[in-house]
Every structure is written in C-alpha cells, then in structure tokens.
Ligand binder design. Structure first.
Ligand code: NAD
Length: 260
C-alpha cells in the first residue's frame, strides 16, 4: 500500500497515465494529475478518483513542453505535499512522417515533451527524495526505447533517450533508497495510437485496417493490444516496497515484440 505517499503522474488526463493515477490512488497515494483536456471532464475525473479512493487528488495543467511551467508545477507540488515520493513521467506525443518530411516543430515538441520534460521533473524531485531516503521514478518509455520502426524518428530517438536517462540517473541514486525504472509498453489502444493510424497509412501507402493488423498487431506475437490496466499494475508494483531491488531496469510489456 502507498498510504501517505504522494505521486505525480504527468499526462494523466487520458490513456495510460490516467490508468496509473487511478491505481496509485486506489493504493492510498495522494495524486497530482497533469495533462490537457476539457476542464469540466478533468474536474469530473479528479473528483471521481478522490471519491473512489479517499485520497487527495489535485490537478495541474502545466504544459510540459515549457521549462518554466514544469518548474512552477514542481514547486507547487513540493510546497503542498513536501515530497513527490512517486514520480511517473508518462506524458507523451507522437508524430509519424518520413525524416525528410518531418516537421521541425514536431521534432522539437516530441523531444521536449517525451524526453526533456523528464530531465526537469527528475532533477527537481530528487533532492526531496534523497532527503527522505525513499523515492520511485517510473518512466513510461516504449518498446520504441528498445527497437525502431520507420517514420517515427523523433519518438524513437526520444524513447531511446529516456532509457539512457533512466539507466544513468538510477545508477546515481542507487544507494539512496530511490529506484528509477522505465516501462516499455507495446501498442496500447489509446488516443496516442488511434491518432497515428491515418499518418502511418499514408507513410506506408496502406489502408488504416492494414495499419492495425499488419503493422501494430503484427509487431506483437500475442496479436493483442496491451491493456492500460496491465501497464498500470506494473507501475504500481514498481512504486511499492516489494520492488525496492528493481532499479535501472528497462522493462518490456509488449506481448513479445522485442524478442523478434
Ligand atoms: P494519450 O494521448 O492517451 O495520453 C497522453 C497524455 O499526455 C494526455 O494526458 C495528454 O494531455 C498529455 N500531454 C500531451 N502533451 C502534453 C504536454 N505538452 N504537457 C502536459 N501533458 C501533455 O497517450 P498514451 O498512449 O496514454 O501515452 C502515454 C505514454 O505512454 C506516452 O509517453 C507514450 O509515448 C507511452 N506509450 C504509449 C503506447 C501506446 O501504444 N499507447 C505505447 C508505448 C508507450
């Protein structure tokens, strides 16, 4: 159980991050939600998690592509809760295009949100974790932290970068009661995956159905999408005391994809 702990889950208004926030709250952690979306819907989500779990649930809509917004979010969270015991770097975006047509602004945004934001949250959360001699950093990377797919240069570069950041910082703090790991999901049916289907179809010259069956599910020997709840359960396990000796790990949860 995570009673008395505080968790910040970036990009938790949707998909995998929302699933992780719900499980951490159910296990007793106070939760700070973050992400974009309709204000009323987010408030409904916030209230529902708080009512279901009885913990404090706060929302911070910081744009993680902006360093000053991240710093403000972290300062507010630390002032309010004292420590961020469990930091889940989950926010992410995708864009699919051949490299010679890849929009420079998309490259910059993907690197900023999927990689650099985690550098900022980690550097700002670690001092209090060190003071408490307890901390968990869980980075939601991707199977694309381990292998590549064509037309996803920025995403694959950023996710490989997250794996490198995870290994490096985890070694730096290994003696201080802090673990840092990366979870590498295969394809999970979320808005991030749904939105990339038309561009993938265009880049590969195939239909959207072929993208789902011949590209996405073809990658995974199970021929099934990974479930949000499965990723959330792994994150919750890593957050707990039973996972104290799991650190510097790059953990696939991808139906066998990266063994091929
Ligand atoms: P999603 O689109 O459902 O959720 C993304 C979240 O990030 C949303 O809450 C969104 O509001 C937030 N976000 C986007 N830009 C932001 C910004 N600038 N500032 C703050 N928040 C921002 O996607 P998802 O599939 O749940 O993805 C979550 C993470 O999981 C991402 O890092 C993604 O790369 C990773 N992942 C997803 C899959 C998959 O198949 N869905 C597979 C492997 C890894």
């Amino acid at each position: 159980m995570l009673k008395g702990k505080t968790a910040l889950v970036t990009g938790s208004t949707s998909g995998i991050g929302l699933g992780i926030a719900k499980v951490l709250a159910a296990q007793g952690a106070n939760v700070i939600l973050n992400g974009f979306g309709d204000a009323k819907e987010i408030e409904t989500i916030r209230r529902a998690i708080a009512a279901d779990s009885g913990v404090q649930v706060r929302f911070d809509g910081a744009d993680l592509s902006a360093q000053d917004r991240i710093e403000a979010m972290m300062a507010k969270a630390l002032a309010e809760f004292g420590t961020i015991d469990i930091l889940v770097n989950n926010a992410g975006i995708q864009f699919v295009a051949p490299i010679d047509e890849f929009p420079v602004d998309k490259w910059n945004a993907i690197l900023a949100i999927n990689l650099t934001a985690s550098f900022h949250t980690v550097r700002l959360a670690l001092p209090r974790m060190k003071a408490k001699k307890w901390g968990r950093v869980i980075n939601i990377a991707s199977a694309h932290a381990l292998v590549a797919s064509p037309f996803k240069s920025a995403y694959v570069a950023a996710k490989h970068g997250i794996a490198g950041l995870t290994k490096t910082v985890a070694l730096e703090v290994a003696e201080q009661g802090i673990t840092m790991n990366a979870i590498c999901p295969g394809y999970v049916w979320t808005p991030l995956v749904q939105k990339q289907i038309p561009d993938t179809a265009k880049a590969r010259g195939i239909t959207e159905d072929q993208v789902i069956n011949d590209v996405l599910l073809h990658a995974q020997p199970t021929k099934k999408f990974v479930q949000i709840e499965e990723v959330a359960a792994l994150a919750a396990f890593l957050a707990g005391d039973a996972a104290a000796s799991i650190t510097v790990a790059i953990l696939p949860i991808e139906g066998g994809w990266t063994a091929q």
